[in-house]
Design a protein around this ligand. Structure first.
Ligand SMILES: *[C@@H]1O[C@H](CO)[C@@H](O)[C@H](O)[C@H]1NC(C)=O
Ligand SMILES: *[C@@H]1O[C@H](CO)[C@@H](O)[C@H](O)[C@H]1NC(C)=O
Length: 293
């Protein structure tokens, strides 16, 4: 099963001021089934249960446009510059150029069930899609500008829906995947050759994955029984820290644009913010100065 994000309203939380602003209240067409913040931080894409995707400006809290094209709920989103890939329960992935009126650039088919996870490589040259059909597909970016079902690789080693995807920021062609009830393995793939380069059983359900932007570390979020976050050193996969506090499984992880704060969302609709990837240099040096006095 893919676990859609089901929220009636989106809230924007400003880490600097701790204020919360309401972004939208979906009265029709909802609930919201996915949210993805553009890497530059200004735009947010929101997928809805009624098959549409809304684009919001987070500073003016204004809706910019609505993207249509799917025929069922949109459960996964991934930005790559000005283009947005959207994955749906209709089994297809659409790629939109949000700057232009006729926004649809490409349509990718190949999954047999709902799309649960999407991610672009940091270079924008490849992307990966995970499905409720337990398949992981690796695509060349050219496929995203056409109507295509020719993925580079079809990887079928997962035993459950593939939702959690994270592309390594420092090593080209290294992708990490996991997800689904009963799927306790984190797998590492060489996306060039399609080879599984490592597979690690973590003992509990892995719901989401996130690489550190600054260190060779990976954060994983888990379900039953501890609902914890774990921080791992890469490539040794030695556990460096564990964070607990959620009372149900941690379904979603989002990293702030500066890379230091991680927001987690759980089934009980609680959003928490964690500083798991260290503190920004400025904070570190001011702390050092303070302790030196
Ligand atoms: C879905 O809901 C949104 C928000 O209410 C609305 O703007 C859009 O037209 C709806 N789309 C369809 C296909 O019903
Ligand atoms: C989402 O959409 C589906 C299909 O249109 C509908 O059956 C379902 O009731 C909707 N879910 C909610 C929570 O509104």
């Amino acid at each position: 099963m893919c676990w859609p994000l089901l929220l009636a309203a989106q809230y924007l939380w400003d880490a600097a001021t701790s204020s919360i602003e309401e972004l939208l209240i979906v009265q029709e067409g909802g609930p919201v089934t996915s949210v993805f913040w553009a890497p530059e931080g200004q735009y947010i894409a929101v997928g809805l249960n009624n098959s549409t995707v809304q684009l919001w400006d987070s500073s003016s809290l204004r809706q910019l446009r609505t993207l249509r094209g799917h025929s069922a709920h949109v459960g996964s989103l991934a930005w790559n510059g000005p283009t947005l890939a959207t994955g749906s329960r209709d089994c297809t992935i659409l790629n939109h150029d949000v700057r232009i009126r006729r926004h649809m650039k490409g349509k990718m088919s190949g999954h047999e069930q709902e799309i649960c996870g999407l991610i672009w490589s940091p270079s924008g040259q490849q992307f990966a899609s995970g499905g409720n059909d337990n398949l992981l597909h690796i695509w060349d970016s050219a496929a995203a500008s056409s109507s295509s079902s020719s993925y580079l690789h079809r990887l079928d080693e997962h035993q459950a829906a593939v939702k959690a995807l994270a592309w390594c920021p420092f090593q080209r062609n290294l992708l990490e995947s996991s997800g689904g009830t009963g799927n306790r393995c984190i797998k590492f793939w060489n996306t060039h050759t399609g080879a599984c380069v490592n597979s690690i059983d973590r003992g509990s359900q892995v719901c989401a994955l996130q690489w550190s932007k600054h260190e060779k570390e990976i954060l994983s979020s888990h379900g039953f029984s501890q609902n914890q976050l774990c921080l791992w050193k890469y490539p040794s996969m030695v556990k460096m820290a564990e964070f607990t506090g959620h009372t149900s499984r941690v379904l979603h992880l989002a990293r702030s644009p500066d890379g230091y704060t991680v927001a987690t969302a759980v089934g009980d609709e609680i959003l928490r913010f964690w500083q798991v990837f260290g503190a920004p240099e400025t904070k570190k040096s001011s702390l050092k100065r303070a302790t030196n006095i």
